[in-house]
Design a protein around this ligand. Structure first.
Ligand code: SF4
Ligand code: SF4
Length: 438
């Protein structure tokens, strides 16, 4: 019987009746007009390398990354670039997008892919391909993978690649879908990136409830290790399902516990998601940028929540319509998980590389009709995984009494999720923390 590792304090079992299930996967309609943002990463806008009026092919480079934090952007449909759209997000970040009117034939969609061998390529060439095809962390804000690799190289430590198959949030259904549908690509992507960063070990951190996935990983790993003669030590570590186990801090806690128990030297942990590995596989083996994204669409205002395979540049509005539409005008649109996502401006925001979920919420789910004073129940203290007192911090911030230094807060959203008064506890605390860090 294998041991299961779980973080010691706080958290909760996160369930959401408005999240789609694995069984509801559909291919989204191709967008007649694809809106391709020039920021789909953490840093500067990519520089457009096509003109308005120019015809582009599917997969063609249309924006070149500009320095650290920036990544290349590619056309996801063939057609004519008809205009540049500009908008500001709710946080005031300016973005531009190239709008492509779809026309002409697809270079890749429905065609047999050419496969390029990778095992003889040196780490630097693997890194070049990953950068060339604009691969970023797909589930964690869009940091370019090549920037992470550069930072790891500078430190010259022992590196363990950690593959996060942790499904503590029902809105991570897109990653779970990738694991079900593309496990071979995920595992091979893991071997590719392990070689690119010269990792000494690979660890699959898998939710202990995912028995079928654990079997599939083990079988696929064995097959590919034999095929490519890979010797890197690899282990599967079972982890708990309490939210926020997927979070970097909580996952590191359990892996350090594993390290102690198994006396396995892990060194520096490089955590990566299955969807990012699948994209790395495609970049290196197929010379293909990220054209599609699995995205979960749901929330209390949505008639029939679904998981879509959607082209980047598809408007959220079209995906909500493909779910049968909305039951009422939404009070809030959220991109990402309801606990740690960001508010969207409107339904016209497009799917980007980092969109793994989008929700339309009714007023009742954003606290509009609920009492908004603290009843001192202590629920927020009980769930905070970092041992903070969210009630106290929240009150200090809103009263302006003093600026709390709660840098341990990582914005997991647990305190806000359980607050019966629906106070914006984590939103307020985490905003103050981010400001303090600047
Ligand atoms: S958001 Fe911050 S304060 Fe709230 S539970 Fe998470 S770590 Fe604690
Ligand atoms: S959970 Fe909400 S109501 Fe309860 S103590 Fe914390 S802030 Fe107050």
């Amino acid at each position: 019987m294998r041991r299961m590792y779980s973080f010691p304090r706080g958290g909760f079992v996160f369930e959401d009746p408005y999240a789609p299930c694995n069984a509801s996967i559909e291919t989204a309609f191709l967008p007649a007009f694809a809106v391709i943002p020039l920021i789909q990463h953490t840093g500067n806008k990519a520089y457009p390398v096509v003109f308005i009026g120019e015809y582009v092919k599917e997969g063609m480079l249309i924006g070149r990354g500009q320095g650290p934090g920036s990544a290349n952007i590619h056309a996801t449909v063939p057609g004519k670039v008809v205009r540049m759209a500009s908008w500001k997000t709710i946080d005031g970040v300016a973005n531009d997008a190239l709008v492509i009117r779809m026309e002409g034939s697809f270079e890749r969609l429905g065609k047999r892919e050419v496969v390029y061998p990778w095992n003889d390529l040196p780490p630097l060439e693997l890194q070049r391909l990953i950068a060339e095809y604009g691969i970023v962390e797909l589930d964690a804000g869009g940091k370019p993978i090549v920037d992470i690799l550069n930072a790891l190289n500078v430190k010259k430590e022992v590196i363990t690649l950690v593959i996060r198959c942790v499904f503590d949030d029902p809105w991570f259904v897109a990653d779970r879908t990738i694991c079900n549908e593309r496990i071979k690509e995920v595992v091979e992507g893991g071997f590719i990136i392990a070689k690119a960063c010269e990792a000494k070990r690979i660890v699959y951190a898998v939710s202990y409830t995912e028995k079928q996935l654990i079997d599939n990983i083990q079988k696929t790993v064995k097959t590919l290790q034999n095929l490519h003669s890979i010797q890197t030590p690899l282990s599967v570590v079972l982890v708990g399902n309490r939210y926020p186990q997927h979070n970097q801090r909580e996952l590191e806690l359990v892996l350090r516990e594993y390290e102690k128990k198994e006396t396995a030297l892990l060194g520096r942990l490089f955590m990566i998601s299955p969807s990012t590995l699948s994209a790395i596989h495609d970049a290196v083996k197929l010379h293909k940028p990220i054209l599609d994204r699995y995205i979960a669409i749901g929330g209390s205002a949505v008639k029939a929540p679904k998981v879509f395979k959607a082209r980047i540049g598809t408007r959220l509005r079209d995906l909500f319509e493909q779910c049968g539409g909305l039951t009422a005008p939404p009070a809030r649109i959220v991109i990402g998980s309801p606990l740690a996502g960001r508010a969207a401006l409107d339904l016209d925001e497009p799917v980007t590389k980092t969109s793994y979920a989008a929700l339309a919420l009714l007023e009742k789910d954003v606290g509009g009709t609920i009492s908004r004073s603290c009843i001192d129940c202590g629920e927020c203290r009980a769930v905070c995984p970092t041992g903070l007192d969210p009630e106290l911090l929240y009150k200090q911030i809103v009263s302006g009494a003093k600026r709390p230094l709660a840098l341990e807060c990582h914005g997991c959203g647990c305190c806000e999720a359980v607050c019966p008064s629906r106070l914006p506890v984590s939103t307020t605390i985490y905003t103050a923390v981010k400001e303090a860090r600047i």
